[in-house]
Structures are given as C-alpha cells and as structure tokens.
Design a binder for this molecule. Structure first.
Ligand SMILES: Cc1cc2nc3c(=O)[nH]c(=O)nc-3n(C[C@H](O)[C@H](O)[C@H](O)COP(=O)(O)O)c2cc1C
Length: 248
C-alpha cells in the first residue's frame, strides 16, 4: 500500500481508513490483473493452504460491488478429503456428460482440463462461491443483478489468491450436478452455487498475459460500432489460438 497507510483489519471502523488519491501501484495491480491465469498442474500438491490466508483473500474479495440486499455471497471452503472427493467425483461426472454431448469430431477438452479433473480431489482446497437466493428466471435484469452481485467477488478472490502466491481455476462444470453437490455439502434449498475455484500454492507456474484483442478493437465510442481510430483496427492484433506455452 503506497503512502505507508495500511488498510484496517476487517470489521474495524471504516472511517479510519481513507485511501489517498493516486496511492495505487498501477504496475503491480495491472500485473496481477494481466497474469491471473488458470493454474491446474503447477500446484504444490503436498502443501496445505493456511485457512487464514484464504480468509484474508476472501476479506479482499468481499470488497466487490454487491447489489440491493447485498452481501449474499457465501464461500464454502473444502479442505477435508471427503467433501473434496465428493465434489471431484461430481465434477468428473459432469466432464464425462459434457464430452458425451459433444458432436462427433468436435474438439474435446484440453489435456490439462482432463488431468485437472482427475486430480481435483487432491487440490489443497476447493472454494465454492455461492449466493443466498436464486436468480429470477423471468427477468434478465434481475439475473444480471443476481450474478453481478456475486461473480465480481469470485473474480476478486482469484486475483487476491494470485496476489498471495495461490493459483486457482475458474470452473463451473460441477454445476451440471448442482443438486447432488448441494446434497453432498449440506447446501440448503434457495442457495445458488456459482464458480468452484480449486486452489493451491503455485509451484513453477508460468503466469503471463493471454493473447487478447486490444481495447481499441473492442471499444466503441458514443455509438455502437464506432471505433475511436478505425485506421488502427486490427493492425497489430496478435494471432488468435492456443497459447504457445500454457501457464497451467
Ligand atoms: C464461464 C466459464 C466457465 C468455465 N468452466 C471451466 C471448467 O468447468 N473447467 C475448466 O477446467 N475450465 C473452465 N473454464 C476455463 C478456464 O477458467 C480458463 O478461463 C481457460 O482455461 C483459459 O485459461 P486462462 O484463464 O489461463 O487464460 C471456464 C471459463 C469460463 C469463463
């Protein structure tokens, strides 16, 4: 934290801490934003994750925006072998169903996705990000508000984990078995599961920016489709496709 001012402990008087203007290390923050990638293999499998480290990451994550009736996020952290194995089994079942539903000849999952699924129960921690309540099936606006009140915290959590030397992967496959997962984990009716983050300390992970189209190509100004400088569109767009050297 620049300026020598530390943030307060969670729960401390909020008025005590006012971030000074421009007190952010932009380079460090951007580096985390640009290099938070899936880490599926390069995990220190034998090193447990300190629960206090996870809680500290969650304390940062819950600074995310939250809508009306907010803070309905709940984080279910699995570290015991039995619940991890239960969710890992459901995840693999989902992966098998997903593969079976693919048309003949369609690309299958990446090899790292398959090995990740096989070793999911060995991950030091699985964090299931949930929200109390359910999205309104009839209203897109309310669905956006519902998921928009929990997923920013989930992504902040990935960033906060990365900033603590922990790797994770944004996964949703187990949701194909959401009811079974709820039963296995004691999640009551009326609670919606969102992403599952398998987490561990990274070991030799090569985290680097992904190839993405630049802002100037995906940003419109004042009217849909209007680029700020059309002459520069896609002039330097890097080739799309798989990364030459996966980080995970
Ligand atoms: C909505 C969503 C759901 C995803 N679900 C899974 C999943 O269940 N399992 C998985 O291995 N990757 C899943 N992914 C892909 C990874 O999270 C990741 O984005 C992808 O592998 C690209 O790698 P990178 O984040 O390192 O660039 C999902 C991504 C998104 C955006």
């Amino acid at each position: 934290m620049a300026g020598g001012t530390n943030p307060p402990e969670p729960g401390a008087e909020r008025a005590d801490f006012v971030a000074p203007d421009a007190a952010v290390d932009t380079e460090a923050v951007d580096w985390v934003l640009r290099t938070t990638r899936s880490v599926r293999r390069r995990i220190d499998w034998d090193r447990p994750v300190d629960p206090a480290l996870i809680e500290s990451a969650i304390d940062s994550a819950v600074q995310a925006p939250t809508g009306v009736g907010g803070e309905r996020w709940r984080f279910l952290v699995l570290t015991d072998p039995a619940p991890k194995a239960a969710v890992a089994g459901l995840y693999r079942k989902s992966l098998a169903a997903w593969r079976a539903a693919r048309p003949d000849g369609a690309d299958g999952p990446k090899a790292t996705v398959v090995t990740h699924a096989e070793r999911l129960g060995e991950m030091p921690a699985l964090i299931l990000v949930c929200s109390e309540g359910e999205p309104d099936p009839a209203s897109r606006a309310l669905q956006v508000a519902f998921f928009g009140s929990v997923l920013p915290a989930a992504w902040s959590l990935m960033l906060a984990l990365r900033a603590r030397g922990l790797g994770a992967t944004w996964t949703t496959l187990h949701l194909l078995q959401e009811q079974e997962a709820a039963r296995a984990l004691g999640i009551p009716d009326g609670v919606t599961q969102t992403v599952l983050l398998p987490v561990g300390h990274t070991l030799g992970a090569r985290l680097r920016p992904a190839v993405r189209r630049p802002a100037r190509e995906v940003t419109y100004w004042n009217r849909w489709g209007a680029l700020r400088d059309p002459t520069r569109a896609d002039s330097r767009t890097p080739p799309r496709g798989p990364r030459p050297d996966g980080a995970d």
